[in-house]
Design a protein around this ligand. Structure first.
Ligand SMILES: [Fe+2]
Ligand SMILES: [Fe+2]
Length: 251
């Protein structure tokens, strides 16, 4: 995979097998008995990636405003709590840490950028905003399955993730106001991140992975109504295109 698009791997202890591309992971079918365990294991590692990316931002940008550093530190605490909660979900179902290969593309794509606003744009405003849609969908799904404990965990996580996306949106807008050239840097960084994401996921890894836009969560997270409307339209169009192509049902 192209070096300029990816930073170094985060550390993982010997329990973990780390892969670079989605296709090299287990990717069990939805009806496989371990599918749910694998899903929670993947979420657990993604939370660790997010914790590590925010912690790395604290290390790499010591000159950032104190109020922003405080929010990044709080984010680290939240992501650590989420990782532990997903680990508990894995273990509750008889699974264990390291049972499945993991991907660390989020950390590597985020830390490839050398300015803090670009990292917030990719980590919080893109990956985590997408997470809002997935978690809001998860709440509904867990309620339908009667797993109220899981639904409540998702609701608590959603509240945390909304605050992560919101503080990023606030700092990004502030930076845009202070220096309009920020917009150019954001464009370059988002482009690089999208290119890197395609290299990791291929077409297989993103099929059926779109969730409907979580309108209220996105508004709460500081997106404007116009931005939410655009996200909703794009996701609906993608879902339609996948359905027309006989794509798989939502994961
Ligand atoms: Fe999280
Ligand atoms: Fe988060």
């Amino acid at each position: 995979m192209s070096g300029a698009l990816f930073g170094a791997d985060p550390a993982r202890d010997p329990r973990f097998v780390v892969k670079e591309r989605w296709i090299d992971c287990d990717n069990l079918a939805r009806d496989h008995p371990l599918h749910r365990v694998q899903f929670f294991h993947r979420q657990m590692n993604e939370e660790v990636d997010s914790l590590e990316a925010s912690a790395q931002a604290l290390v790499d940008f010591p000159e950032a405003a104190w109020a922003l550093r405080l929010q990044l530190a709080r984010q680290c605490a939240d992501e650590a709590r989420h990782a532990l909660a997903y680990r508990a979900q894995v273990e509750r179902r008889g699974g264990h840490v390291g049972q499945f290969p993991v991907l660390n593309f989020q950390y590597r794509i985020i830390t490839a950028r050398d300015d803090l606003i670009s990292r917030l744009v990719i980590q919080n405003r893109s990956f985590e905003a997408g997470g809002l849609d997935a978690i809001a969908y998860g709440v509904e799904e867990a309620r339908k399955l009667g797993d109220h404990e899981l639904a409540e965990f998702y609701e608590a996580q959603l509240a945390d993730e909304i605050s992560h996306v919101r503080f990023a949106n606030e700092w990004i807008r502030k930076s845009l106001k202070e220096d309009p050239r920020t917009l150019l840097r954001m464009g370059v960084s988002l482009n690089a991140a999208a290119q890197a994401f395609r290299q990791v996921m291929g077409s297989e890894g993103t099929e059926g992975a779109d969730y409907p836009a979580a309108v209220q969560a996105r508004l709460d997270a500081g997106f404007t109504p116009e931005e939410v409307e655009t996200a909703a339209q794009m996701q609906a169009a993608q879902a339609q295109a996948q359905a027309a192509a006989g794509g798989p049902a939502r994961a």
